[in-house]
Design a protein around this ligand. Structure first.
Ligand code: GTP
Ligand code: MG
Length: 200
């Protein structure tokens, strides 16, 4: 898929204020600092479309980007950042749960996982929440440029083993590096194919 056009549409805390649309939507979520905003910029080939930062907690709102005037990418605030107050964590939970439950045009959630780490409880918990809400999702292992391919695959295998403890089927898995622009075609092809299925 060629990205001809990518536009920032809106930032919201409330789901009912998000764009009113039937166009298919794909949301990016994961721990703070995992590289959600960077991945959106890499996919769209726009350096500054989504705001990135080396400090966790940069993205605080539900950010909608309209791609090729035909589907939406959504940048969501991350979870699992230790320095967040209990109050903000609860607000985050409320907002994200409402978004997942009420956003009827949400087709698939991309759960980003840092490929450098062993399985983390916060990622596994978030995936359980998606399961409970029956939201379709895929996994994206990010920042693969930070270590060897072998190490990345070991961490993915460990994560898959953990998931098999509760899941019968594993989701589709992508590997990405926003720094090296790796994994771009795979994700865009997946979105393209899914958009075609949805419109049938
Ligand atoms: P929050 O909005 O705070 O939840 O973070 P985020 O998940 O949107 O992460 P963001 O894209 O802002 O990236 C966090 C930091 O990781 C930035 O310093 C990025 O430059 C860096 N980063 C993101 N992706 C990659 C990658 O693939 N490789 C490398 N080496 N660094 C990356
Ligand atoms: Mg962000």
């Amino acid at each position: 898929m060629i990205i001809k056009d990518a536009q920032f549409i809106s930032s919201n805390t409330q789901v009912d204020k998000c764009p009113q649309t039937n166009l298919p939507e794909y949301a990016f979520i994961g721990r703070s600092n995992v590289g959600k905003s960077s991945l959106i910029n890499m996919l769209t080939n726009r350096n500054k479309l989504a705001k990135t930062s080396s400090f966790p907690g940069k993205t605080q709102l539900i950010n909608h980007f309209l791609i090729n005037e035909s589907w939406y990418l959504v940048d969501l605030p991350g979870y699992g950042w230790a320095k967040v107050s209990k109050d903000s964590r609860e607000k985050w939970g409320k907002m994200i749960r409402a978004y997942m439950r009420l956003r009827t045009n949400l087709i698939c959630v991309f759960v980003l996982i840092d490929s450098r780490h062993e399985p983390q409880a916060s990622d596994l918990e978030f995936i359980e929440l998606l399961g409970a809400l029956e939201v379709p999702f895929v996994l994206v292992f990010t920042k693969t440029d930070k270590q060897s391919a072998v190490k990345t695959d070991q961490n993915i295998a460990a994560f898959s083993r953990k998931m098999r403890e509760t899941w019968e089927e594993l989701p589709q898995i992508f590997k990405t590096s926003s720094a090296e622009k790796a994994g771009r075609d795979e994700i865009l092809d997946f979105i393209d194919a899914t958009n075609k299925q949805v419109s049938e």
